[in-house]
Each structure stands twice: as structure tokens, then as C-alpha cells.
Design a protein around this ligand. Sequence first.
Ligand SMILES: Cc1cc2nc3c(=O)[nH]c(=O)nc-3n(C[C@H](O)[C@H](O)[C@H](O)COP(=O)(O)OP(=O)(O)OC[C@H]3O[C@@H](n4cnc5c(N)ncnc54)[C@H](O)[C@@H]3O)c2cc1C
Ligand code: SF4
Ligand code: SF4
Length: 340
Amino acid sequence: MKHKNVLVIGAGIAGITTALDIADRGITVHLVEKTSSIGGHVQRFCCKAVNNVCTKCGACLLKDKIDKLKISPNIKIYLNSNISDVSKSKDRFSVQIKHGNKTSSVEIDAIVIASGFTPFDAATKGRFGYGRIPYVFTGLDIEECFKENVGVQYFEPLSNKIPKQVAFIQCVGSRDPHLNKGYCSRVCCRYALRLAMMLREAFPEIKVDIFYMDIQSSGKEFNMLYDQCKDDSKIEFIKSIPTRAQEIPETKSVRVLYEDMAESKLAERDYDLLVLSIGIMPSEENQRIESLLGINTDKFGFFEPNVQGVFLSGACEGPKSISESIQHAEKTAVDVMEYL
Ligand SMILES: Cc1cc2nc3c(=O)[nH]c(=O)nc-3n(C[C@H](O)[C@H](O)[C@H](O)COP(=O)(O)OP(=O)(O)OC[C@H]3O[C@@H](n4cnc5c(N)ncnc54)[C@H](O)[C@@H]3O)c2cc1C
Ligand code: SF4
Ligand code: SF4
């Protein structure tokens, strides 16, 4: 049998997983990553263990994959690179990989798109004050802050105090038909609850309010996490999505205005820190990949498989957690091997 070559676009956890599984079977994999590092968004996440107990957030699964990638003889990694042209003749693709001012041409038997997602840009929901009110952050900001081991002290210089009142607003940018984002991002309930518990552990005096429409239950592990939060008297779930947030300069805090459903009236509460639980959007790269490969996108902009020899891996196909992305990536590797 003629030696086969596979192209994987995107070196996030999904692209790495598919690449490793295919390379293990003796196929040469060209793994193309547009940034200068491998790992995608997962590189930015903290360990969300609480009281030294693992909450199965999945962030540490990346390290093992990267270690294997480094020693895999069948994977050629192209960093700071992009696909500049693709043409198909019979069952093969001729692909141009552009890195800096150099271009490599490769002959490819199958292509895997693993270009992931773009986090929702919280600034586009101007009413919550992200980028304008200094006490408003995204879930991703908090992930990065814990990853750097700076915890909530990071926020102290903003208000000269350790935050005592913290709120999360769920579904920011998701489940919003007005933004053509009428889908659930699947991961933000989970990471928000984990971050809430981490804040409670780090600063036992902190009270956390979680504004939500629905909590996306996703199995036994999540229900245990949810029960733990509900049992904590300092975590309150408020079924309402706030209408807006406004800065209160005198107290260096942010006021959240919302509808109190139980009392059917408008209400407000002040917080030292407001966290917006942003979700998963189609990658901003999708349009370019779509025009290069002629692949379809669904009504929200995620990819749908419709081109023979082109496969999807991970969150480029729709919102997924880390473990769901890995499972999808493994299944894609099997599909590619069957195709070859
Ligand atoms: C705020 C936030 C917190 C989260 N926390 C958790 C959590 O705690 N636990 C959990 O299970 N999940 C979490 N998730 C979900 C998690 O981020 C995804 O499951 C995971 O990142 C999906 O991996 P991926 O490889 O499909 O995509 P990505 O991580 O997006 O990786 C895609 C890669 O492709 C590259 N790429 C894109 N386009 C191109 C191109 N044209 N050419 C070359 N390279 C390209 C990108 O640079 C990137 O490296 C969170 C999501 C968000 C938004
Ligand atoms: S799964 Fe998450 S919480 Fe558990 S050890 Fe790994 S990084 Fe930490
Ligand atoms: S996972 Fe939770 S916060 Fe995220 S969109 Fe779904 S319901 Fe909303």
C-alpha cells in the first residue's frame, strides 16, 4: 500500500488527539497550527480542584498529549502556519502550507479540520460593562488568573479590597436568538460552578450569586458538583438573567439590575466582582477554511461534514467539553483510518 499523508488543521486538544491516533498507525501527519504554541484554548485553563479534590475539569489532560506529540516520529508540526491553497485531483489534495514567507507543498490523502472555536466577545454585550467597568471579568479571565496562581488578590488593586460579593451571569452570548446564538455552549455552567467553589475555598468569606436561566446538567459528576454548590449557604442561585450592570464609583463596585421572578419586580444588588460566563462561538477562521475546502457550515456557523476526504474533530463541529472533544477526536481518527 502506498504511504499515506494526513493534514490536521489546528493543534488544540482535538487536533493533537486525532493526529496522535492516526500517526500511531504509521501514517504521516502534517499538523498545522496558526499560533506559536500547541494546545489551543486548554492551555489557558487552571486546575479546578477544590480542597485538593479533582473536579474532573479535564485541563490536565493536555500535558500528557503534548508530551506524546513531542516524541511522535510520524507527526510534522508547523507552527505560525496556515493553509494558503488547496486543490483536489481524484482522491488526493495538493495543499500549500504557508509559514512566514516560506510555502511548503504537500500531497495529502485526507484532511482533518480541528480549528476549534472563538470565545464569545463579552464587549459586544455592552450592557454588562465588560471592558468599561473595571470590576467586570469573563470566566476565561478568572481561569487565567487562577492558572497564574494569583487568585483573587489579582483584583485587589482595582478596588483596594479583597472581593466579598461576587456574581456570575450565565449564558453570556449563548442561548441568544437575537445574536443568532440560540444554542447552549455546554461548558459554561460547569466551569462557572467549579470557579465559584474555588473562590469560596480561597476566600471563605466570599458570597457568590449565580444568575442563570437553566443549569445545563451533564451527568453524574456535574450533578454532584451542583449539589455541593446548592449545599453551600454562601452560594445562591438566582433564576434571572440581569438586564444590565452599572459602575458605582463611590463604593468601587458594580451594580447588577435584574428581575426578581419570585416577587415579580425589578431588583438590584452590588458586587465587588462580576464574572460573565462566556460561551463557545464558531471560530473566526471558519469562513476562510470554508472557502478553501468548500465545506458547509450549519446555521450557527459550525462545520458540517460534506466533502469526501475532509473530516471534523472537536469544537469546530459544535460546543464540546475537553473530554467530549477528545472522544470526538478519537472517533474521527477511526473514521479517517477506515477512509484511507
Ligand atoms: C471560558 C471557557 C472555559 C472552559 N473551561 C473548560 C473546562 O474547564 N473544562 C472543559 O472540559 N472544557 C472547558 N471549555 C471548553 C474547551 O475550551 C474546549 O472543549 C476545547 O478547547 C476544544 O478543543 P479544540 O481542540 O476543539 O479547540 P481549540 O481549543 O479552540 O483549539 C483549536 C486550535 O486550532 C487552531 N486553529 C484555528 N484555526 C486554524 C487555522 N486556520 N490554521 C491553523 N490552526 C488553526 C487554534 O489556534 C487552536 O490552537 C471552556 C471553554 C471556555 C470558552
Ligand atoms: S481534571 Fe481538572 S481538577 Fe482534576 S486534576 Fe486535572 S486539572 Fe485539576
Ligand atoms: S452551559 Fe449553562 S451557561 Fe452555558 S449556555 Fe448552556 S445553560 Fe447557559
